[in-house]
Design a protein. Structure first.
Length: 196
């Protein structure tokens, strides 16, 4: 019934977009060293981090050096099973994998094998493949794996903010304005959407 301290540990963030950056900001409060890999180096965010607190590295380096690896990437052909047996083998035996991105980013059979053999310390999954996860999935039997049904953000204040943001986006489109937070802004170039 003991956990691992995050103070002064190394956090590896795969995908330093808005969500990954918010995770990094919170990690700085625990004096964590944050490594990240992303489609591009984020010098703009590195400048906002504490000195030496945020460093861009390749994925293999991130996996080798991190105590916690947190996934924040979109699912695509390139990211499907980005974390498989080879990547898990690079991680420290004391490291934890956290997936709040999309289930298929992780090869769950490889994750099961790594956690069952204690090749890594464990995993926390807010997303699975498939979703929802069948109750007979062997990952659910492992004592070093925590699985929640894609409700990691389920707090009253976050759900209220999500509803408010959705309403603001709908109101903007209905009044002919650009929505404040479009998921796919490239479609807004099609003016028929806003004039229909």
């Amino acid at each position: 019934m003991l956990g691992s301290d995050v103070h002064h540990a190394t956090l590896g963030i795969v995908g330093l977009g808005e969500i990954g950056w918010q995770v990094a900001r919170r990690a700085f409060g625990f004096d964590m060293q944050v490594l990240y890999t992303s489609r591009r180096q984020r010098a703009d965010l590195e400048a906002l981090a504490p000195p030496g607190g945020l460093r861009y590295v390749e994925l293999d380096t991130l996996l080798r050096e991190s105590d916690f690896v947190s996934l924040h990437i979109a699912l695509s052909a390139e990211t499907r099973h980005l974390i498989g047996a080879g990547q898990l083998a690079l991680m420290k035996p004391t490291a934890f994998l956290v997936n709040t991105a999309r289930g298929p980013v992780v090869d769950q059979q490889a994750l099961y094998a790594a956690c069952a053999a204690r090749q890594i310390a464990g995993a926390a999954l807010d997303v699975t493949d498939p979703e929802p996860m069948p109750p007979t999935d062997p990952l659910l039997e492992l004592p070093n794996v925590i699985v929640v049904p894609h409700v990691g953000s389920a707090s009253a204040s976050s759900r209220l903010a999500m509803g408010r943001l959705a309403a603001e986006n709908v109101a903007a489109v209905l009044s002919g304005r650009r929505p404040p937070s479009p998921v796919n802004p490239e479609v807004l170039d099609n003016q028929r959407l806003l004039s229909a």
